[in-house]
Write a protein that binds this ligand. Sequence first.
Ligand SMILES: NCc1[nH]cc(CCC(=O)O)c1CC(=O)O
Length: 333
Amino acid sequence: MRPTVAPFPTTRLRRTRRTAALRALTSETTLSVGDLIWPIFVRAGEGVEEPVPSMPGVMRRSVDLSVAAVKEAAALGIPAVCIFPYTDVSLKTELCEEAWNPDNLSNRLIRAIKADVPEIAVMTDIALDPYNSNGHDGIVRDGVIVNDETVEALVKMALAQAEAGADILGPSDMMDGRIGAIRKALEENGHQDVTIMSYSAKYASAFYGPFRDAVGASGALTGDKKTYQMDPANSDEAVRLIERDLMEGADMVMVKPGMPYLDICRRVKTEFGVPTYAYQVSGEYAMLMAAIQNGWLDHDKVMMESLMAFKRAGCDGILTYFAPAAAKILNAR
Ligand SMILES: NCc1[nH]cc(CCC(=O)O)c1CC(=O)O
């Protein structure tokens, strides 16, 4: 499509920008509460709420207070939350067994939410990093992140989460073959209606730093994640990964990080037309909040503009730490 423009002054593009009513009529994209997925951090204890220093406004909460927060999110109309556990170092091992413990923090929170706030969709994270003494998303053998053995572990993790009642599984590990293996296991174990949102195009990014603080994985990580996460230079490879994951049984696909990768979002939506999501990650949030706290950017305006940009780029939804704040503004309109 090529928009046509007659020569000035026949066309004056400012005409449709003159009033709020005309701007509303010509607005091409909408952002609504239904587009938001809220990532939350859960920790052990009861009645505990502690701030994540590198993510101003973001908390780690114990299961009871997480449920209360999720209840508020549901009341705001937010359709989904995504759970990330802050795991005590004593539970981290080289084989990451805690990842598929039916009673680990994350699985306990899934059950608690499903019991108290059944209407909200619960999304999970499938990767070994919160449980790995090496801080990697996969099992490490002789310094190598081994693919196939990791996939077996991820399948066990996925089944435990489905068993706990998760609605959306989110494999974020970037191993090869994991979507197919998880889909097959779900089909074989009576979980045919559980959806998978694959972190298909996940880049080896410097923007995940604050998240690794939030889940307590920063100290543990040796080296980087470049042998499994993508090279930020690549775009064609993202298209191959998306197609591969769709063929293996992903229902929804994700691009991550978000703002620096909107070209990838647009390309994925245009080429496949599937439910497409982006993750506005911890570093993007921290970057905006740091400028906001310095008085250099306006919180509400920059938050809403950044979220609208995802919609304009073709995303159907956004994982964002701003979800409750954005929902409040959208509901007040
Ligand atoms: N595999 C774990 C995972 N799931 C989501 C994020 C990052 C989220 C964020 O930065 O907000 C990460 C970190 C990583 O891959 O190192």
